[in-house]
Ligand binder design. Structure first.
Ligand code: MRU
Length: 354
């Protein structure tokens, strides 16, 4: 895996694109370095891809899924060259490696299932058709985000300030974004007076990525510390909280970045509406409710240190779950590319797929 300083291409209408297939390799915008440096990591094989997902070069549920799909194509290219007679079994091991990178975002497993299905029908060189499959998945995600942008923006009555959490933008998807897609569309339609973004401790997706991404598009952003969010909601300016999701259970419970649940509780208390924006690839009908969603715990150092330097008192330990579950009852609207579900519940979520 090598790092270069070249610029990343952007799909039309959205300035930032985190994932690009170029020169026979997968180019990922390195999100660990933003906003200070715009660099990319080039992945030439499946272990590069697995490392990039694990180490958060690329992050955000749909972006992880798309990256893994390209990873399967790279795996097949390598295995077909090195073990032509047994490439299928070898790729199966690579699928396991990719599946073990991050546990919560179900888009990863959804994308791997999709690529495994594509593999099943292939006999000759599997690389060209698998690359095409990954590129289609990538394009379909951008398409879904644009559709959700239109649907979600229509729910926001102007004039309205919104609050978002983490980064559910172009950086977290194939492009354009889920929650930030809605915010982009609503901003374009003049519905939004102000965008507040939580800084999103400990990884600072809000301060580093959401703020940067919105500013690239000329959308002003006001950062708030997580601890300021409930106080902000009490002021009465914010009409909607708009967030993405990493996994939505069959009953409508939503796993998203740690801190989302607290926001939803505060929103209900203050009469602020709560919108979750996610493609159907984020809905997991096999997971009955939020209690069954695996929650990733990451290294203590993400909390104890900042920029590689310890900030916590020596001897202090940290608990670092990076996602939480918001019960469906606290969600006012679930926006997907197939339509909007108001007050999501099991029957409505199932009906979306029928
Ligand atoms: O740990 P991260 O940065 O991968 O977490 C990302 C989030 O929680 C996003 O809100 C979620 O994946 C939705 S992205 C469209």
């Amino acid at each position: 895996m090598t790092t270069t300083a070249s610029r990343h291409d952007a799909p039309a209408g959205s300035f930032v694109s985190p994932i690009a297939w170029r020169e026979d390799a997968l180019h990922l915008l390195d999100q660990r370095r933003l906003p200070a440096r715009r660099e990319e990591v080039v992945c030439r094989d499946v272990s590069d891809v697995a490392r990039a997902i694990r180490e958060m070069v690329v992050r955000g549920a749909p972006a992880i899924g798309i990256t893994a799909a390209y990873g399967v194509a790279l795996a097949a290219r390598e295995r077909y060259r090195s073990v032509p007679g047994r490439w299928r079994e070898a790729v199966e091991q690579d699928l396991e490696t990719l599946a073990a990178t991050r546990p919560t975002a179900v888009n990863l497993f959804w994308a791997l299932r999709h690529m495994r299905d594509c593999l099943a029908g292939l006999d000759d060189d599997p690389f060209p058709p698998l690359l095409t499959a990954a590129q289609r998945l990538h394009a379909a995600d951008i398409e879904a985000n644009r559709r959700m942008g239109v649907l979600g923006a229509a729910l926001i009555d102007p004039p309205c300030a919104v609050l978002t959490h983490c980064n559910a933008g172009a950086l977290a998807t194939g492009g354009y974004g889920t929650a930030l897609g809605v915010i982009r569309a609503a901003h374009e339609e003049g519905r939004i007076t102000r965008v507040y973004a939580d800084e999103t401790r400990p990884w600072l997706q809000g301060a580093r990525l959401t703020a940067w991404e919105l500013l690239q598009d000329g959308i002003d952003v006001t950062l708030v510390a997580e601890g300021a969010a409930a106080h902000l909601l009490r002021q009465g300016e914010v009409g909607w909280i708009v967030v993405g999701a990493d996994r939505i259970a069959a009953n409508g419970d939503v796993a998203n970045k740690i801190g989302t649940y607290g926001l939803a509780v505060a929103a209900r208390f203050h009469g602020v509406r709560f919108m979750v924006v996610a493609p159907t690839s984020t809905i997991d009908l096999q997971t009955p409710d939020g209690g069954a969603i695996p929650i990733e715990n990451r290294a203590q150092d993400e909390l104890l240190c900042l920029d590689g330097r310890r900030i916590a008192a020596e001897g202090a330990q940290a608990w670092n779950p990076v996602f939480d579950v918001t019960p469906a009852a606290l969600v006012d609207a679930l926006v997907t590319e197939k339509g909007v579900i108001e007050a999501p519940a099991r029957e409505k979520v199932t009906a979306l797929f029928s």
